[in-house]
Design a protein around this ligand. Structure first.
Ligand code: NAD
Length: 361
């Protein structure tokens, strides 16, 4: 029995409002303190959700009722806040992306390991009922050998991103939508398809008053999995309606994650079956898992290393887009073709003869 675990929230912006609303459904979680460097945000959170405002960051970090800290701030502040929390003896849940740079992410993972604190990264979309069901279907063997994973997560966001927002700043949010949305699918595809050995990518630049100073409005990555399978991740802030999909194709059939709750399964006979698996809300599930890990000291499913690997895929794609080359992220592709073709080599030459893309727009 976990009982109710007291948590503090740092960062009370857009996403924290969603998390705070859903935290009410989490039976094992109590938000006992909340802080934002913008006092207006803290006032709104107190009014909307009754979150008890902490007088200062130090007061929240030193509050004995706070056993874990939810870091829901802009990406570049994740590391200093996680460090402050771990030094105060608190366990940490940090939103995705774990950090905007590999160095910061690696420091956070090392800190968790040296202090023995729990570090969990908010990769909630792998916990959606549809992605969990896709994983079950792949593991059941129903699709045969999986050959490709094609994932997209986009929505029109240009009206909500202001030019002075951290999302519009390539230094604080490298890759823009690929880092914010695409990273969900980097985690999902690593979860579904295993390690990724190489990435190439390109970025989409369109004129927009919101995204100045070289920020991308979208991007697409091509992945080579160690298994020999291939994949893509596409994300942008300039298309409608919102899409969150993963098409998984195997030798015996295919399954498409249509959104967080629905899938379409097709087999060789072309029969079509829509599936609507039941399951808890993904944010409620991750909050409850964080509380359980605080009590049990077990590693969370999406610990710091998992968050680091998802970040590695996205940043490799950005490096590729900027340098016009393939970036190797892990072990060589296994010597066995995924299907029909020969495995991709270090030069990426088996990837359909596709030119390594450069910057678009
Ligand atoms: N899991 C998801 O699906 C999901 C969805 C949206 C956002 N996010 C993540 O949540 C985080 C926040 O995103 P958002 O959309 O809420 O951003 P936001 O800009 O709306 O809110 C961020 C808040 O953090 C506060 N803040 C920044 N630095 C701080 C500091 N050092 N101390 C205290 N407060 C500080 C800001 O004042 C602001 O109120 C990001 O890392 C983002 O990637 C996750």
């Amino acid at each position: 029995m976990v009982g109710r675990v007291g948590l503090g929230v740092v960062g009370l912006g857009r996403w924290a409002m969603v998390v705070s609303a859903l935290a009410r459904q989490a039976a094992t979680v109590d938000i006992v303190a909340a802080f934002d460097s913008n006092p207006g945000a803290a006032r709104s959170a107190a009014q909307l959700f009754g979150l008890p405002p902490a007088p200062s960051l130090d007061a929240l970090m030193d509050d004995p009722a706070v056993r874990g800290v939810l870091v829901i701030t802009s990406n570049e502040s994740h590391l200093p806040l996680a460090r402050r929390a771990m030094e105060a003896g608190k366990d940490v849940f940090v939103e995705k992306p774990i950090a905007p740079t590999l160095t910061a992410a690696e420091q956070m993972v090392a800190l968790a390991e040296s202090t023995g604190r729990i570090l969990m990264v908010g990769h909630n979309t792998r916990r959606t009922p549809a992605v969990r069901e896709a994983k079950r279907i792949i593991e059941s063997g129903l699709l045969g050998r999986v050959v490709s994973y094609d994932a997209a997560f986009s929505y029109f966001n240009l009206e909500e991103v202001s030019p002075d927002s951290w999302r519009a700043d390539p230094a604080r949010c490298p890759g823009g939508p690929l880092l914010q949305l695409g990273i969900h699918h980097a985690d999902n595809l690593l979860y579904l398809g295993g390690p990724v050995s190489a990435v190439c990518g390109n970025l989409l630049y369109l004129p927009s008053p919101a995204l100045q100073g070289g920020q991308a409005v979208g991007g697409r990555l091509q992945l080579a999995f160690t298994s020999g399978a291939l994949g893509t991740i596409s994300s942008d802030y300039c298309t409608s309606p919102e899409t969150f999909t993963i098409l998984i194709r195997g030798e015996e059939g295919e399954v498409t994650v249509l959104d967080h709750h629905r899938l379409l399964l097709r087999d060789r006979s072309r029969s079509r079956k829509e599936l609507t698996p039941a399951g808890p809300d993904s944010v409620v599930a991750e909050l409850e898992e964080f509380a359980a890990c605080i009590v049990s000291r077990d590693r969370p499913e999406t610990d710091g290393r998992v968050g680091l690997e998802a970040l590695r895929v996205i940043l490799a794609g950005l490096e590729s887009a900027q340098g016009g080359r393939i970036v190797h992220t892990g072990p060589e592709v296994r010597g066995e073709p995924a299907a029909g073709g020969r495995p991709a080599g270090r030069d990426g030459s088996s990837r359909g003869g596709e030119a390594v893309p450069g910057r678009a727009g």
